[in-house]
Write a protein that binds this ligand. Structure first.
Ligand SMILES: N=c1c2ncn([C@@H]3O[C@H](COP(=O)(O)OP(=O)(O)OP(=O)(O)O)[C@@H](O)[C@H]3O)c2ncn1[C@@H]1O[C@H](COP(=O)(O)O)[C@@H](O)[C@H]1O
Length: 104
């Protein structure tokens, strides 16, 4: 799974400074943080709607859009996927998540 995201990260990085007319990612990166963040928010809302509609195929598609746009925003902000994964790994060793989930 993470191999997929690592390949996507490399492709997105390669689009920095590329011709916006030839690449969706290059065009989005060229518009800056605000537009990248806006797109991520839109995709998050669409993912929530798909989940509430109980449509697994639509949710799968929207989740892919959401992950893709998160990867673009991370790249635009120069945050490495490895750092995000390391943070998740760190949390595996932190106690208290089960208790927090139970509290809601
Ligand atoms: N995974 C994706 C991916 N998922 C979604 N999208 C695009 O994200 C856009 C989201 O759709 P929307 O309708 O919300 O956006 P839009 O109307 O096109 O754009 P806005 O005017 O709203 O900004 C669509 O244009 C999709 O094609 C993606 N575009 C690219 N990738 C990956 O990024 C790689 C590089 O892409 P390019 O930069 O285009 O070569 C590709 O090889 C893929 O692996």
């Amino acid at each position: 799974m993470s191999g997929t995201l690592e390949r996507l990260e490399a492709v997105i990085a390669s689009r920095k400074g590329a011709d916006p007319s030839a690449s969706y990612v290059a065009a989005l990166l060229a518009k800056g943080t605000g537009k990248c963040a806006q797109k991520l928010g839109e995709e998050a809302v669409e993912t929530v709607i798909a989940a509430l509609a109980e449509d697994p195929a639509k949710l799968t598609s929207e989740a892919a859009d959401l992950l893709f746009h998160l990867m673009v925003l991370l790249a635009e902000r120069d945050v490495a996927l490895a750092d995000v994964l390391a943070e998740l790994d760190r949390r595996e060793g932190v106690s208290g998540h089960v208790e927090k989930a139970a509290r809601g």
